[in-house]
Ligand binder design. Structure first.
Ligand code: SF4
Length: 86
């Protein structure tokens, strides 16, 4: 089973269409949730999961991905191209 959790985002004012979290890379530090607590929460394994992929704007979502020291969070545009990490 894949350890990459995938979440579809469908905000009309956003060009980010997918968020993924690599569970093996997540150390459960909570930095992403500190940037956007409406987007992320920690699951029962202490790993980050997306509670609401549409909760915040692109700027904050990118900042949350940038906050991850292990680059566990990847962002993709609506055409499927990876936009973070670059
Ligand atoms: S910032 Fe990265 S390592 Fe920390 S909880 Fe979020 S996804 Fe996991």
């Amino acid at each position: 089973m894949s350890s990459i959790q995938k979440y579809t985002r469908d905000r009309e004012d956003s060009n980010i269409g997918k968020i993924t979290i690599a569970q093996d890379s997540c150390i459960g530090c909570g930095a992403c949730a500190s940037v956007s607590d409406s987007t992320y929460e920690l699951n029962d394994d202490g790993k980050s999961m997306v509670a609401d992929p549409n909760a915040t704007n692109d700027e904050t979502l990118i900042a949350s991905a940038e906050s991850c020291a292990t680059q566990a969070i990847s962002l993709f545009d609506k055409q499927g191209n990876q936009i973070f990490p670059k």
